[in-house]
Design a protein around this ligand. Structure first.
Ligand SMILES: C[S@@+](CC[C@H](N)C(=O)[O-])C[C@H]1O[C@@H](n2cnc3c(N)ncnc32)[C@H](O)[C@@H]1O
Length: 391
């Protein structure tokens, strides 16, 4: 495909998304009908579409409209590319620009320039202060590819060497002793032997730092209450401390966890909700609760535009219910680690303050928010509060 044909494909996919399709669904639908597209074409079209969704609001302002054509026009202007070189009217290319399109477009302002809905921008400012604008702007970029070195099996230099043998270049990431940034060969990782044999896992570097900050001891009984796919379960297990039990209200989400744990050489016990009371008390319970995902919207940009104040309230209510359900499973003197992949106070500090303020049973020991950061070593945003059970 020519560069112009890739832009035209992105325009058509964006129009399907505007008509209500989810981004992945629209991309898959296009790919099925585009047998002529090679893997580089598919990757380039995917990049166009994700760039457009992440920056949808500012690009619509720059392009003078919110259909696929205007957004791609805005994206080209944003990248400093003369749109006339791609909107050529040649076969498979976008039609030439009309005079109205060429004249349309303006510089985005305020929340629009931050690529956030109006109601969310003040919440970002409230949570992150000076870091709000860099965080919002970082959400417009593609996320870096980070690996967690399974230090139970190999050290960081060893993992870098094993990846290099397979043509993948990685360097140490400063956020965590286990973390690597992949600088070349990102698309080969899932096929790499180092990945297949459990030497490395894909995990954001700040998520690794969070997992390392959860208190564990050699004899600890540990419960990952919202284990999901098991990213944090495996990161905890890799520390080689204590005995890890994984649980999720939707057990099917943990489907691949036993195989991944076996591949990593780390035993993890899977428990159903009805089994937890019999396994309690636990010394440490991690609640990595469902949240807005505001810290990782560059990976799942649909979420940024789908969130509403009502949906945020509903998520906060679920988070409160999870804290209440998990708290009795913690032994006296034990730890409840409350985590989100969000930077919003409502889901973090406010949620924790409400829980601690509800009675004398709990105190807040430490709290940390990792802001969303940009650049090649940029990390997702996370929050972790460590709560200690007093009685
Ligand atoms: C943020 S995800 C967990 C991600 C996972 N810890 C990881 O690192 O890959 C939140 C998980 O909470 C689960 N969940 C939702 N409601 C729950 C509840 N009431 N009790 C336990 N888990 C719940 C969801 O099914 C989802 O898998």
């Amino acid at each position: 495909m020519t560069p112009a044909a890739r832009v035209q494909a992105a325009i058509e996919i964006l129009d399907r998304i505007n008509a209500g399709a989810a981004t992945e669904q629209a991309l898959t639908g296009w790919a099925r009908g585009a047998r002529y597209a090679g893997s580089k074409d598919r990757a380039a079209v995917r990049d166009h579409v994700f760039t457009a969704i992440r920056g949808r609001r500012s690009l619509a302002a720059l392009g003078g409209g919110d259909d696929g054509r205007a957004i791609m026009l805005g994206a080209l202007r944003d990248a400093g590319i003369d749109a006339g070189t791609l909107f050529t009217g040649q076969p498979h290319a976008p039609a030439t620009l009309t005079a109205a399109e060429a004249a349309a477009g303006r510089t985005p302002q305020g929340a629009e320039a931050m690529d956030l809905p109006d109601w969310l921008w003040p919440l970002f400012r409230d949570a992150l202060g000076q870091e709000a604008a860099p965080a919002a702007l970082a959400l417009r970029d593609r996320a870096g590819v980070h690996l967690r070195v399974n230090t139970a099996r190999i050290d960081r230099p060893g993992a870098i060497a094993a990846l290099a043998d397979e043509g993948i270049t990685a360097i140490a990431h400063p956020a965590a002793d286990t973390a690597l940034t992949v600088t070349d060969g990102q698309r080969r990782i899932r096929q790499a032997r180092a990945f297949d044999t459990g030497l490395v896992e894909l995990q954001d570097a700040a998520s690794q730092a969070l997992s390392l900050a959860v208190p564990l001891s050699a004899t600890a009984r540990v419960l990952d209450y919202c284990a999901g796919g098991g990213g944090k379960t495996l990161a905890l297990a890799a520390r080689g401390l204590g005995r890890i039990v994984a649980h999720d209200a939707a057990p099917e989400r943990m489907r691949d966890l036993p195989a991944r744990a076996a591949r990593a050489g780390q035993p993890v016990q899977i428990a159903r909700t009805g089994e937890l009371a019999g396994l309690a008390p636990f010394d440490t319970v991690l609640c990595d609760v469902p949240c807005s995902g505001s810290g990782s919207w560059r990976r799942a940009p649909d979420g940024k535009w789908a969130l509403t104040p009502e949906r945020l309230d509903a998520l906060c209510a679920i988070q409160g219910e999870i804290l209440s359900a998990a708290a009795p499973l913690v032994a006296p003197g034990g730890t409840l680690a409350y985590a989100t992949c969000s930077v919003l106070r409502a889901e973090n500090e406010d949620q924790v303050a409400r829980f601690v303020g509800a009675g004398p049973g709990w105190s807040l020991t430490t709290s940390r928010t990792w802001p969303i950061t940009g650049g090649p070593e940029g990390t997702d945003g996370f929050h972790l509060s460590i709560l200690t059970r007093n009685t």
